[in-house]
Structure formats: structure tokens, C-alpha cells
Design a protein around this ligand. Structure first.
Ligand SMILES: C[S@@+](CC[C@H](N)C(=O)[O-])C[C@H]1O[C@@H](n2cnc3c(N)ncnc32)[C@H](O)[C@@H]1O
Length: 286
């Protein structure tokens, strides 16, 4: 049931569940995903040029031109994109997520579209602000922030191959001359805090499906959001069969007494989806 296509605009075609596989690290030669910056290279610009000149296929989602993931899949399986063991493992396991190996970045998940709609509808301002697209996948949220005048946007994904093959080409395709404004970070949330900067806004979608990661995610919020910063978490209310749910995540935030939380969007169409808005509580703004 692994679906490598970008999400269709039509909600009826969207999947409502997540297929997740777990494999033991010892069964693979894949190293731990330590935090690292992935530099934009001439190759990325050359690839984006190929896409722009229609020599490689693209898709349009919400007005963004994005690399076509069927094409990316072919590049990976044919070995033409280089050695991409994690993603190949996921393809072979027929799964949306392979825990600790591939975390679902090569797909546009539906809550990203909810958050894009919300940011537009509420005219959320990005002008001169610093932004983190946390668990970016294709990078639509960060690309939106760049288009709306963000000063700097950092993109983070578990897999460096997602950043190289998908996020970076997408950023280049949709924004001219952004090289000085963007950075890309790969690796596990637990190893990234010291690499990231501080942000006015953190945007994150479909990232709370695994309760094992809640403390790491909150650690990133704690370490990187500015005093008056705002965090938006777009999520399904419950990730069936995986264990993640918004109730537990929000409870953990509230128990610490360090955060104010409110639900700013809710849809009961299909699986319930929500957007959680988080700010530092008044006593914890230092
Ligand atoms: C389901 S995908 C969602 C992608 C994108 N936000 C979207 O909505 O289309 C989950 C994202 O969280 C990231 N992620 C999941 N677990 C992670 C972890 N433990 N450390 C770092 N990133 C992780 C994945 O790399 C991926 O970008």
C-alpha cells in the first residue's frame, strides 16, 4: 500500500490511514540519522533547471510546481539518482513510513494542505520573519513562507535523500534567488537542536504520528522558538494503528506548564484533522 504519488487535490482521493513498518536497525546497514546540514549544490540547481525546462516531469499542487515523485521513484529504483538505501527499503516494504529508516517525506500529506489553507485564510504574516518547516517532506509550508516574504526559512526532514531529491529542487523551482535565505537539515529530531537557529514561526504537518517522538519534538520547540514565536501543528486527531494522537501530544505540552495551546482549525470530513496553535506561556518566555 506504499503510495509514492503526490497527494491529489481532490480530498476523496486522499488516504486516511498510514502504513507503518518497523525494522530492527541491526537488520540493515543504514546508519543512525544524525543531524547534519545538507548544502545546496550546483547539482541541485542543474536538476531544477532540467525540471524547469520540462526535461523532467513536474506536478502542480496549490499553485506550487513540484518535482513529480513517480519520476523521483524511477530515478531511485534505477540507481540513476545515486545510492538511496533508505528510500529503496521503504519501496520494498510497501509502506508510507519505515520507522527510523524512512519517515514519509516523499509524499504530500493532507494536513499540509489544511495548514496552507489556514495560513492563507487567516493572512498569517511571514514578512521579515524566520521560519522552520519541521518535518518538511516536499517543503510546501516553507515554500509558502518564502513566497510571503520570510527573511529566512530552514527545512528539516529525517532523510537527506528527501531533501536532495525533492525539497531542494522544489524550493528552487518555486523561488528565484533564495540561496541565501534557506538552509536544509537532515536527521533525527533528537540530534538536531544544536544545529537549528531560533524562529518566529514553526510550521509542522503530520509529524505527531509516533508518540515515541513527542519529547524530541517538544525539545525542538523549546530550544528554537523565540519568546513571542508561534508554532502550528497540523495533524490528524488520531493516527489509527500507529498510536499518535493530538490529545496526548497537547496533554504533554500542557503538563509542562510552559505552553499555551489552542485548536485553531478542525475538520470532521473523513478522519478528524486539526491545527494546534502553540505559544510560550507568559511565565516561560525567557
Ligand atoms: C508523514 S511525513 C509529513 C511530511 C510533510 N510535513 C507533509 O505533511 O507532507 C513526516 C515528516 O516528519 C519527519 N520525521 C518523522 N519522524 C522524524 C524524526 N524522528 N526525526 C526527524 N524527522 C522526522 C519526516 O522526515 C517527514 O518529513
Amino acid at each position: 500500500m506504499f503510495k509514492f504519488n503526490f497527494l491529489a487535490e481532490n480530498r476523496e482521493e486522499t488516504d486516511l490511514s498510514m502504513t507503518v513498518n518497523t525494522i530492527k536497525k541491526s537488520e540493515t546497514s543504514i546508519p543512525e540519522a544524525d543531524g547534519q546540514e545538507v548544502e545546496m549544490s550546483d547539482d541541485h540547481f542543474e536538476n531544477a533547471k532540467q525540471y524547469r525546462e520540462n526535461r523532467s516531469p513536474t506536478s502542480i499542487i496549490r499553485g506550487f510546481e513540484l518535482v513529480d515523485l513517480k519520476h523521483v521513484e524511477q530515478l531511485i529504483t534505477s540507481g540513476k539518482a545515486g545510492e538511496f538505501e533508505s528510500i529503496n527499503t521503504a519501496i520494498q516494504m510497501n509502506s508510507d513510513v519505515v520507522k527510523g529508516v524512512y519517515e514519509g517525506g516523499l509524499k504530500v500529506w493532507e494536513c499540509t494542505l489544511d495548514l496552507l489553507d489556514y495560513l492563507d485564510k487567516e493572512h498569517v504574516q511571514f514578512d521579515t520573519l524566520t521560519v522552520l518547516d519541521l518535518g518538511c517532506g516536499a517543503g510546501l509550508l516553507g515554500i509558502h513562507a518564502l513566497r510571503k516574504g520570510a527573511l529566512a526559512v530552514d527545512f528539516q526532514d529525517y532523510n537527506d535523500e528527501v531533501l536532495s531529491l525533492c525539497t531542494i529542487p522544489n524550493v528552487i523551482l518555486n523561488n528565484e534567488d533564495v540561496k541565501d535565505k534557506v538552509k536544509f537539515f537532515a536527521g533525527d529530531w533528537g540530534s538536531l537542536n544544536c544545529k537549528l537557529q531560533s524562529y518566529d514561526i514553526i510550521l509542522t504537518a503530520e509529524t505527531i504520528y509516533n508518540p515515541e517522538n513527542y519529547r524530541k519534538l517538544i525539545g525542538i520547540f523549546e530550544g528554537t522558538i523565540k519568546k513571542n514565536g508561534v508554532i502550528y501543528v497540523a495533524t490528524k486527531h488520531v493516527y489509527f494503528g500507529v498510536g499518535g494522537n493530538l490529545y496526548e501530544f497537547e496533554k504533554l505540552l500542557q503538563q509542562s506548564g510552559r505552553w499555551n495551546t489552542s485548536i485553531c482549525f478542525c475538520s470532521n470530513e473523513g478522519v478528524k484533522r486539526e491545527i494546534l496553535k502553540i505559544t510560550r506561556s507568559a511565565d516561560h518566555t525567557n
